[in-house]
Write a protein that binds this ligand. Structure first.
Ligand code: PEP
Ligand code: MG
Length: 888
């Protein structure tokens, strides 16, 4: 082990590391070495490898050879700097920083000016002729060492510093003279003594050893452990330690320190972006003690250093081929780089930088596509809270549908519609929504519900509409009698303004400014590139011509799910639908359905036209019938009122209300999600599906006569046994053939099914004998595989996720091990019967990037998602194809 290399030197000579050694040297160490290799001025130093961290934490001791290698490296630093570590006349001072493979907040950060003690500080003062600088450095060192190595709350030091400034009437640290700084040093040492029971270690070697130990130990502090868990960072990576010669930004007016980005991290604009402070050390910029200057002014204050900085940042960007986040220090006019790393950026910046860099010839299209996170694209398409505005989030629910909305509170769908009709902007606040609320949801700017999960009715419908929506916000309590809701002791009345942020789940009382980013040219460009690479189709879930058109604009190549139940609502439809449900015999029901037929036909004509020949999958009615009737409680209230006023009412009014109530009672189900819905409804009331198929085929025939070729895909929901499909299909084919024959036309159509129950997936080979296509309904498949109710899981799922029982909400991110395995089995079995079976997915997962990628890898032909998620799916599908290509 003694021969093993544990310490890697870097400097403008003898650099031993390089950028590709991040696993061993950590991101910071590898990039410092790389900068040195590029001839960029970095203060020389050395990196102690991540391997040492792992061995040290395992054994509680350093492996043989490490300490010798550290001593050798210090000797080398002494030689290069012509200073000596611990020397009273000409002391070498060091910085110590942690640096894991990826940047990791929560770990020990930085100790500067290490090596100072009561003697070397004097030497530094004499050598530089700057006593103020020497004592300023010493008080900083004591604070940082006390804070990060000895774990003493930094406020203890800062409150003394503030008191001192107050005492002498100073507002800035820089106004403190050497005398005051000397006094602070004494007090700081006594703080350390009081808090640790020991004197501050005067021996620089001991200081260094303690600082290195502290960095390694910080790998296992609670904050770091939590961060690793949240970000899937393996424990056995360990952190490296970077020990570097100090350069000083606090040596006076020709010194300074700053941080910068090679492009604007907010917008992506190709403009050097950053700030700096004169006469300061690194932590001052981040700590916000003084307001830093914009980087552009450095051009005037220190033109030479600025010119050098400009040259370096361009060199770094050219070399790393990505936007860099850099730290620098200027010591008496001389520039040093302390760090470079890939800069974090907003979604807009990620997009703009990726496209610009392709146009500049820096990267290829594949790289650009891999650099934009599909999930970030949501931010680019919806209105969002202006990042400049100030606001307080009073409660948080689930971020069900992205975008932010501001409006007046209303508590009923009818009220929402009324207010919208007089151009008032409203937010619909409900305990939960039901299909009846659809008009109100459409009229509102946004939706907030107390209950419900990511695939609750409100969530699914809002996403489909592209409406901002927060669901499951359990912190609010609605009181319908007083038309108010309360949240954290605040009472919000109907008509008061609130803001909801569907991207974060946040609820804000009052109005907040919004901005609408819109679809920019870069977005279009990137998505076109995505289409060049992706192999899987992207369709949309849309129920109206408007949604279909929106989805087309976002690049949808067809409709993968048209939920026809949404066509049963609406003022003109609901009375007829109720007539149909309340019908006592088949004849009456058929009469009502006859009235619905032309309406449905018009709906389909509209949708087919909007999709201009792209495939359209229409799902026959799925939800249980009671959803179309008024709520029992509402009816009971109404009946009470009527009965109280019975003498003035016609008897028939009360009788008919009673009849409706009886029907509602007879349709009530304990567990409607597992009840009389889907194909079970179509099999027991065949005339409903027959009417729908007639409408679909008539619409397609009409368009065909106009010259628009449509191949309708008729989809039967919630099949669990092939016999269900056989039975339903037989009737439907007869109806379809009759319509086609009547129109004397040649029309192709397909009859397929949703696979949304485990039994369907497991018997997909049998089901494929009848089904001409499959579409996985992963919402119901998740519900039935986990046994979690889609509407009630909001009560425990957030806890499951925060407590790491589940990695993610399975209704939002496909559970690949369980539900995904069923999808895989379904695909394999389905294609074993019908090798060319077209298979898609139309649950909410169809627009979630990791699920889209999984779908591609297991052989789906397409994914289908709500219109606003189409761009996300396009990009994710392209990334999946590029990743596959890279791995092969
Ligand atoms: C599904 O279950 O995944 C699906 C798409 O159908 P719905 O959400 O309408 O039940
Ligand atoms: Mg379903």
């Amino acid at each position: 082990m003694a021969d093993r290399k544990f310490v890697y030197f870097f400097g403008n000579e003898d650099t031993e590391g390089k950028n590709s050694m991040k696993d061993l040297l950590g991101g910071k160490g590898a990039n410092l070495a790389e900068m040195a290799n590029l001839g960029i001025p970095v203060p020389p130093g050395f990196t102690i490898t991540t391997e040492v961290c792992v061995l040290y934490l395992e054994k509680g001791a350093y492996p043989d050879g490490v300490l010798d290698q550290i001593n050798d490296a210090i000797e080398k630093l002494e030689r290069i700097n012509n200073k000596k570590f611990g020397d009273v006349e000409n002391p070498l001072l060091l910085s110590v920083r942690s640096g894991a493979r990826v940047s990791m907040p929560g770990m020990m950060d930085t100790v500067l000016n290490l090596g100072l003690n009561d003697d070397t500080v004097e030497g530094l003062a004499r050598k530089t002729g700057n006593e103020r600088f020497a004592y300023d450095s010493y008080r900083r060192f004591l604070t940082m060492f006390g804070d990060v190595v000895l774990d003493i709350d930094h406020h203890k030091f800062e409150s003394v510093l503030s008191a001192k400034k107050k005492e002498i009437g100073a507002t800035l640290d820089t106004e403190l003279k050497a005398e005051s700084l000397k006094e602070l040093v004494e007090i700081f040492k006594s703080i350390i003594r009081e808090n640790t029971g020991n004197n501050f270690p005067q021996d620089p070697r001991e200081q260094l050893q303690m600082a290195i130990d502290a960095v390694f130990n910080s790998w296992n502090n609670q904050r770091a452990i939590t961060y690793r868990k949240l970000n899937d960072i393996p424990t056995d990576w360990g952190t490296a330690v970077n020990v570097q010669s100090m350069v000083y930004g606090n040596m006076g007016e020709t010194s300074g320190t700053g941080v910068a980005f090679t492009r604007d991290p907010g917008t992506g604009e190709k403009e050097f972006f950053g700030e700096y402070l004169i006469n300061a050390q690194g932590e001052d910029v981040v700590a916000g003690i003084r307001t830093p200057q914009p980087i552009a002014t450095l051009k005037q204050t220190m033109p030479d250093a600025y010119a050098q900085l400009e040259e370096i940042y361009q060199k770094l960007e050219d070399h790393f081929k990505d936007m860099q986040d850099i730290e620098f220090t200027i010591e008496e006019g001389k520039l040093y780089m302390l760090q470079t790393r890939t800069g974090k950026r907003t979604a807009a910046a990620a997009l703009n930088i990726a496209v610009d860099m392709v146009n500049e010839g820096l990267i290829d299209k594949e790289t650009a596509l891999m650099r934009v996170k599909p999930e970030q694209m949501d931010q680019l398409l919806h209105p969002m809270i202006d990042p400049e505005s100030e606001y307080e989030i009073i409660a948080t629910g689930l971020p069900a549908s992205p975008g932010a909305a501001v409006g007046k509170v209303v508590f009923t769908a009818e009220h929402a519609e009324e207010m919208a009709s007089i151009d008032e902007k409203v937010i619909l606040v409900r305990a939960e929504t039901s299909p009846e609320d659809i008009g109100g949801m459409d009229a509102a700017q946004g939706i907030l519900t107390v209950r419900g999960g990511m695939t609750s009715h409100a969530a699914v419908v809002a996403r489909g509409m592209g409406k901002p929506c927060v669901v499951g916000c359990g912190a609010i309590t609605i009181d319908m009698t007083s038309s108010t809701f309360t949240v954290c002791d605040v009472t919000v009345k109907e008509g008061d303004y609130i803001t909801v942020d569907g991207a974060t789940g946040g609820l804000i009382i009052g109005k907040v400014d919004l901005i609408t980013p819109g679809v920019t040219g870069e977005l279009e460009t990137l998505l076109k590139w995505a289409d060049e690479f992706r192999e899987m189709g992207v369709r949309t879930n849309a129920d109206t011509p408007h949604d279909a058109l929106v989805a087309r604009e976002f690049g949808a190549e067809g409709i993968g799910l048209c939920r026809t139940e949404h066509m049963f609502f609406g003022d003109d439809r609901i009375p007829v639908v109720r007539e149909m449900i309340l019908a006592e015999d088949e004849d009456v029901r058929k009469k009502a359905l006859k009235k619905l037929l032309p309406m449905q036909r018009e709906d389909f004509i509209g949708i087919f036209r909007a999709m201009e020949g792209y495939p359209v999958t229409i799902r026959l009615l799925d939800p249980p019938l009671h959803e179309f009737l008024p709520k029992h409680e509402e009816l009971a209230n109404k009946l009470k009122i009527l009965e109280e006023d019975a003498s003035n009412r016609p008897k028939v009014e009360i009788e008919s209300l009673k009849k409706v109530m009886e029907r509602v009672e007879s349709l009530i189900e304990i567990n409607p999600m597992l009840g009389h819905r889907g194909c079970r409804l179509g099999i027991t009331y065949p005339e409903i599906y027959e009417m729908q198929v007639q409408a679909i085929i008539e619409a397609a025939c009409e368009l065909k006569l106009e010259g628009i070729d449509i191949v309708p895909e008729i989809m039967i929901p919630l099949i669990c046994h092939v016999n269900e499909l056989r039975s339903a299909k037989k009737d439907l084919v007869e109806v379809a053939e009759a319509v086609i024959a009547k129109n004397c036309i040649d029309l192709d159509y397909l009859v397929g099914t949703m696979i949304e129950l485990p039994r369907a997936a497991l018997t997909a080979d049998q089901i494929a004998q009848e089904a001409e296509f499959f579409s996985f309904g992963t919402n119901d498949l998740t519900q039935t595989t986990f046994g979690f109710s889609r509407d009630d899981a909001g009560k425990f799922l957030p806890f499951y996720v925060s407590d790491s029982i589940l990695e993610a909400d399975p209704f939002a991110v496909l559970d690949q091990d369980g539900v995904g395995e069923l999808v895989k089995i379904g695909i394999e079995k389905g294609r074993s019967t019908r090798p060319d079976l077209k298979i898609g997915i139309c649950g909410e997962h169809g627009g979630e990037p990791s699920s889209v990628k999984f779908g591609y890898n297991i052989g789906l032909n397409y994914v289908s998602c709500s219109p606003f998620r189409v761009p996300i799916a396009r990009l994710a599908a392209a990334q999946a194809a590029i990743e596959k290509q890279d791995n092969s």
